[in-house]
Ligand binder design. Structure first.
Ligand SMILES: [Fe+2]
Ligand SMILES: [Fe+2]
Length: 424
């Protein structure tokens, strides 16, 4: 439970809650709500009352008790919200407002607010703060003991109760222990740490492997850690591995050969580079790389400058490759993750030799799949922290299947019309 002084923050609204004190009968919190911030949707409680008291600025409180009651509480003024009375609050002023709220009895209020903020922080809610995952939504509904206006109570309890029952059977944690405890990742200090961790993609010295291609990368210098613009890594490339001819319009690529042979084609000129030699792929100049040997590995030190999205592309791309290899039932989901990754980080290069209409069709497909993936809550990072979700998998299957069929049909039609043109 709360340690007095614990602070949590809602990234969607900027609302910040400090836990003041609690005992079995009641708990007290201090809330800072930014100028213009909306509060929760209209709701009511049956198990506890809430008393609001403005400390600084003015708090807009809307109560629906028989007739609508719109209050603006100024510093020192308070209002009591009894059970069954629908209410919401907001800050319509252009100054932040600070208010205190007493919840009596305290029940599970703290757990539910920590969970609601935690889900929002992890991107697991929509913009209105409603959990995207229906099982988490049902469990949070139960935990919060807050009821919606506009839907009969027996109906909402029936529907959410049933869903929450299924969620428990599926193994979801109804206590949301990840978020609900004091000192869980919901603490503001932890939040900041987590935030930094999210932005640092790789660490210097970190090794990643791609089990599909057999590549292995040791990062030497990463922009996300050093705040720089250079990505430098030691790259083990297996025999026969090649990257087809492509262009980075805004990025220079440099390689130094440590051992083995690198066959490079830069600006149309091909040659082999041996140990100790260096080769540059300038911005906007087509280049291709290959390890021409049948049995000898190639080791090079590579640089990309500016790094743009390549650190993420490598780290998350290798992670997805690993998941594709080990998690066969999750393949449609991992395809959606690839689409999100290419949509986010793959705009900085294009392949030569792919006709422009095909490339454009591919990009359109990637953008559409990436949107579906995001809507379903997929991320490019490894999904091991998320529970599996059958509905999500089913939709992923459908989306990837439909997109694949559409592309196949389109390519066949194109192919057919070409043939007809040539036959004429
Ligand atoms: Fe409330
Ligand atoms: Fe390149």
């Amino acid at each position: 439970m709360a340690n007095a002084g614990d602070i949590i923050e809602n990234p969607l609204t900027g609302e910040r809650i400090t836990f003041l004190d609690r005992n079995r009968e009641r708990m007290r919190i201090r809330v800072e709500l930014p100028a213009g911030a909306a509060g929760p949707p209209m709701h009511y409680h049956l198990a506890f009352t809430e008393t609001f008291e403005a400390v600084e600025g003015s708090l807009d409180l809307l109560l629906v008790g028989g007739k609508k009651n719109r209050l603006t509480l100024k510093s020192g003024e308070s209002a009591h919200v009894p059970v069954k009375v629908p209410h919401t609050f907001s800050n319509g002023s252009d100054e932040p407002v600070v208010f205190e709220c007493e919840i009596s009895p305290a029940r599970e209020w703290e757990k539910s607010i920590r969970t609601a903020f935690g889900l929002a922080r992890d991107g697991r809610t929509n913009k209105a703060g409603v959990p995207k995952n229906i099982w988490e939504l049902a469990l949070l509904y139960e935990l919060s003991e807050s009821y919606m206006t506009g839907m009969p109570l027996f109906l909402q309890r029936g529907v959410f109760g049933m869903l929450a029952g299924i969620a428990r059977r599926k193994g979801y944690d109804p206590e949301f222990s990840r978020y609900a405890r004091s000192g869980s990742t919901m603490n503001l200090a932890d939040d900041r740490r987590e935030e930094r961790r999210k932005h640092v993609i790789a660490h210097a010295g970190e090794v990643i492997e791609n089990p599909l291609s057999g590549e292995r990368i040791t990062f030497l210098e990463v922009p996300s850690e050093a705040n720089g613009d250079l990505l430098r890594f030691d790259w083990d490339i297996p025999p026969g591995f090649s990257i087809p001819e492509h262009v980075h319009p805004r990025q220079v690529e440099r390689h130094e050969i440590i051992s083995g042979t690198l066959r490079g084609r830069v600006g149309g000129r091909e040659r082999d580079y041996g140990e100790g030699e260096r080769v540059i792929g300038p911005a906007d100049v087509p280049h291709a790389w290959r390890n021409p040997s049948d049995d000898e590995g190639l080791r090079i030190v590579s640089e990309l400058q500016p790094a743009l999205g390549f650190e993420k592309l490598l780290v998350d791309g290798f992670a997805i490759a690993g998941d594709l290899k080990t998690d066969k039932p999750g393949i449609p989901g991992h395809v959606l993750r690839i689409a999100i990754l290419l949509d986010e980080a793959g705009r900085e290069f294009y392949f030569i030799g792919v006709p422009l209409p095909v490339w454009n069709a591919f990009r359109t497909l990637v953008a559409a799949l990436s949107r579906v993936g995001r809507m379903l809550g997929y991320e490019t990072r490894s999904p091991e922290h998320r529970p599996s979700n059958d509905r999500r998998k089913a939709v992923a299957f459908l989306a990837v299947g439909l997109a694949g069929t559409a592309l196949f049909a389109w390519l066949r039609r194109r192919d057919g019309s070409h043939r007809r043109t040539f036959a004429r």
